[in-house]
Design a protein. Structure first.
Length: 397
């Protein structure tokens, strides 16, 4: 069984990482570093506290200095003798002593360990598949699809394409009982789908049983536009009484500093993308954007003031969700009460928060944890429809 020693940065990246290996050795110097960070009011502080709780839970089973078994894995804490002047050198020494692989995201430490003949590896969270599968079927199976008898592979509420004899395609959703459910062509607020992924997105947005929808895709794929169109149509048809827009205030590049005005004026620069999409829809909007805002039909809510709120019959858009962490995402989603629908949009290839990455952010977290739940739909959009330049830039840059 392969033994591994986990560096501190692995616990900070994912406090539950220790449960993904079969034989884990935890040096006491790593625990000391986590203790040093645990009082911080930051993501690092929270991750340190969660990591220490996990270590404490395993230690409560038995003598962790000897070895403790938990969920078919073993855990052991090893102690360094004397004062340790350099933690990196001590990790290398302990790895060589115990014949363990050193798991760290510190590139320089991996290089130095390899020079000392210590095997190393980096750690990345399990990355979910972000494509909608294409399955090939024959004519008989095609009849079963429309007869409601074709059993789909994969999870429930997943969107797929069925290719019949490589000639015609059927866009389907897997029903809760695992059967293929052909999708009907729909439009929202005058918008018709331009590709199969937008077809899937419109179905998810129009599905009243889908209380939480995640739209992930590159720039220009229509995520925010479709979400706004569905919200406007929902308010007009009285399914919801208000559209609430929330997003993380993370800048591209340097911060602008203090912004004058009240909450609405401070949030205005961050809502440019929403207003751009409303302007695109304004030709068939019948009311001006300013009037909808002044009437309170569209409200902008700062993320900082979400704690303690409770929403009912609201259509909530969480925009640029890739710049939110897991805690912030949970805070917003748990505000939803009866009659609410939440639509999350984001692009994990354009993360501006330097403490997040495509494996560790609120959007990826929601998709990974909620996928397969009856109230959740997720759609991955890959084809940019904004324009030729936008599509080229999102693909090549």
């Amino acid at each position: 069984m392969k033994k591994v020693i986990l560096d501190t940065n692995i616990f900070i990246s994912n406090p539950n990482a220790m449960f993904e290996f079969k034989s884990v050795i935890i040096p006491d110097i790593v625990i000391k570093e986590l203790i040093k960070f645990e009082d911080e009011l930051s993501h690092r502080g929270k991750a340190s506290r969660d990591s220490l709780k996990n270590i404490e839970m395993v230690a409560s089973i038995g003598d962790i200095s000897d070895s403790v078994s938990y969920r078919d894995s073993s855990y052991k804490v090893v102690f360094s003798k004397g004062n340790v002047s350099n933690n990196d050198e001590e990790l290398i020494r302990l790895s060589a002593l115990h014949g363990a692989e050193l798991v760290t995201n510190d590139i320089s430490l991996r290089v130095r360990a390899n020079i000392n003949d210590v095997k190393t590896s980096s750690y990345k969270r399990r990355y979910i598949s972000k494509t909608h599968p294409i399955h090939h079927i024959n004519s008989k199976e095609s009849e079963d699809v429309f007869g409601g008898n074709y059993v789909m592979p994969g999870g429930v509420n997943e969107y797929s394409t069925l290719m019949c004899n490589n000639r015609s395609s059927i866009l389907v959703k897997t029903s809760p009982d695992g059967l293929a459910q052909p999708l009907l062509k729909k439009k929202i607020y005058g918008l018709v789908p331009r590709n199969r992924e937008q077809f899937f997105a419109i179905d998810a947005l129009c599905d009243q049983s889908a209380q939480l929808v995640a739209l992930e895709g590159r720039a220009g794929t229509g995520k925010t536009l479709l979400a706004m169109a569905a919200g406007i149509e929902g308010v007009i048809s009285c399914n919801y009484d208000q559209i609430i827009i929330c997003r993380a205030t993370v800048s591209v590049g340097r911060e602008m500093g203090y912004l004058p005005g009240d909450v609405s004026e401070k949030m205005s620069p961050w809502m440019g993308s929403i207003k751009d999409n409303l302007q695109t829809l304004s030709e068939s909007f019948n009311r001006s954007i300013d009037k909808w805002l002044s009437e309170g039909k569209i409200a902008i809510e700062p993320l900082a003031f979400m704690r303690g709120r409770s929403f009912k019959d609201k259509y909530i858009i969480i925009d640029e969700a890739q710049n939110m962490n897991e805690h912030e995402m949970k805070t917003v989603i748990t505000r939803a009460g009866e009659g609410c629908k939440i639509v999350i949009t984001g692009d994990t290839s354009q993360i501006d928060a330097h403490w997040l990455d495509k494996y560790k952010n609120g959007l990826t977290h929601v998709i990974a944890r909620m996928r397969g739940q009856k109230l959740f739909r997720t759609v991955f959009l890959t084809k940019a429809e904004r324009g030729e330049l936008s599509e080229l830039a999102s693909r090549l840059l």
